[in-house]
Design a protein around this ligand. Structure first.
Ligand code: ADP
Ligand code: MN
Ligand code: MN
Ligand code: MN
Length: 425
């Protein structure tokens, strides 16, 4: 007794055999895809009715010849997807997002494994010399693109021409693998129009800071910012990005959103993708995103950060005061390595004013928003277990480099020090 699937498979193979065109790439693609066709229940009313006839009637009621049926089948099953390959260029100190589209056919929304490597001209992105300019794009995460019909957003790592060696600009490749590492990034940024924060008058300043943080009403947030942040939120959620919230920030024209992810690279991937979606969205509004950490300089206007909240399995489940204190000592020792990747010009922002700690002095404190690392109340209450907030990374920082350095420092701290309590036994 044949199953409905094998009837289907035989049918499709039969059609292929009768095709007049020579075997081509298209043929072999179709052949592979045939194996992926899901079982389709074909109700065979009487054994005397040929399965082929039945199926032909279902699939292509107006196409009689096997030729026509085969092409109708391929047309109806394959979809042309718009794949936006997105990567970070080689600019320093902060990379820029780049993206280009290729069209590929799939039976359904592609999985990461189905997405091919691709290339680009690295000489135009500070990633290669002109005479040998090929760089390779390796897909590492894929999201539905809610703004495009049949669109996919493909986050990529940049590789050397061999396809396996990470390019020097590829900082994602430096992040330690740890599925138990969780990050929550709070992205602050300014909307900019005509070279100044959205809502600032052409000359001078708006009313001083105070009512804008989490504010409501035209005089506080204007008439377009909220529309954009809501649209951005919907785009992120539809793409499967773990966007966690929004708030209007302290300065006029300044906003924040949060992204949280479990796994050492997940939140960073999604933060870059969320930044991409924001930058692409605001094109049509004629508005730019200013990621600089202190766009209004040494004034009474806040700068922008990207607080990095982090935890590991050990911090959440075991922790303890001793481990916590050794961890903080390691953060203090590695101060300069952290500041080096926490975003450019951070000395302009980490001044000790506006809820910041001076950039060159490490500190931590319970519920202290003026410390380098804020220790939530709940962390201490739960026996020094939970997550910590590094408040130093800035809005322009690369979440890949930030996650990489934080995990590097954490990994340098042993869970338990030999020679303590148990050594006495
Ligand atoms: P605040 O503005 O008070 O600093 P937010 O709510 O803006 O707080 O951001 C807190 C962030 O901490 C969120 O992104 C959240 O996902 C993240 N977070 C919460 N719990 C953990 C955890 N266990 N590990 C890592 N990040 C966490
Ligand atoms: Mn916040
Ligand atoms: Mn904030
Ligand atoms: Mn915060």
């Amino acid at each position: 007794m044949t199953t409905s699937k094998s009837i289907w498979t035989l049918f499709v193979e039969g059609l292929k055999a009768t095709r007049l065109t020579p075997a081509s790439e298209e043929m072999s693609e179709s052949a592979t895809a045939t194996e992926n066709i899901p079982p389709i229940e074909i109700a065979i009313a009487t054994p005397s009715v040929a399965a082929n006839e039945m199926t032909a009637a279902i699939i292509a009621p107006q196409s009689e010849t096997p030729e026509n049926i085969a092409s109708t089948l391929e047309r109806s099953e394959m979809t042309k997807f718009k794949l936006e390959y997105i990567w970070l260029d080689g600019y320093t100190p902060t990379p820029n997002l780049r993206g280009k589209t290729q069209i590929k056919e799939f039976y359904e929304f592609p999985t990461l494994e189905q997405l091919p490597l691709w290339g680009f001209d690295g000489s135009s992105t500070m990633q290669a010399e002109g005479h040998s300019s090929d760089c390779v794009l390796k897909p590492v995460a894929v999201y539905p693109d809610p703004a495009r019909t049949n669109g996919a957003l493909v986050m990529c790592e940049v590789m050397m021409p061999d396809g396996v060696t990470p390019h020097a600009s590829n900082k994602r490749a430096t992040i330690l693998d740890d599925s138990g590492a969780w990050f929550g990034f709070e992205q602050e940024y300014f909307f900019y129009k005509d070279g100044r924060p959205l809502g600032f008058p052409e000359n001078g300043y708006p009313a001083p800071q105070g009512p804008y943080y989490t504010g409501v009403g035209y005089k506080n947030v204007g008439d377009v910012a909220r529309k954009i942040v809501e649209e951005h939120l919907d785009l992120c959620l539809a793409a499967g990005i773990n966007h966690e919230g929004i708030n209007a920030e302290v300065a006029k024209g300044q906003w924040e959103f949060q992204i949280f992810g479990k796994g050492s690279k997940k939140a960073a991937d999604e933060m870059w993708m969320a930044r991409y979606l924001m930058l692409r969205l605001t094109e049509k509004y004629g508005i730019d995103i200013e990621f600089h950490c202190k766009p209004l300089g040494d004034t009474d206007w806040n700068g922008s950060g990207m607080h990095a909240n982090f935890s590991t399995t050990y911090l959440r489940e075991t922790g303890g005061k001793d481990y916590f204190e050794r961890l903080m000592a390691a953060f203090e020792k590695n101060l300069h390595d952290h500041i080096a990747v926490y975003g450019p010009d951070n000395h302009l922002r980490l001044t000790g004013k506006h809820e910041t700690a001076p950039w060159n002095k490490f500190s931590y404190g319970v519920a202290d928003r003026g410390a380098s690392i804020r220790v939530p109340h709940s962390f201490v209450k739960n026996g020094y277990r939970g997550y910590l907030e590094d408040r130093r990374p800035n809005s322009q920082g690369d979440p890949y480099q930030i996650a990489s350095q934080i995990l590097k420092t954490i990994s340098s701290v042993p869970f338990a020090v030999s020679g303590s309590s148990s050594a006495a036994a």
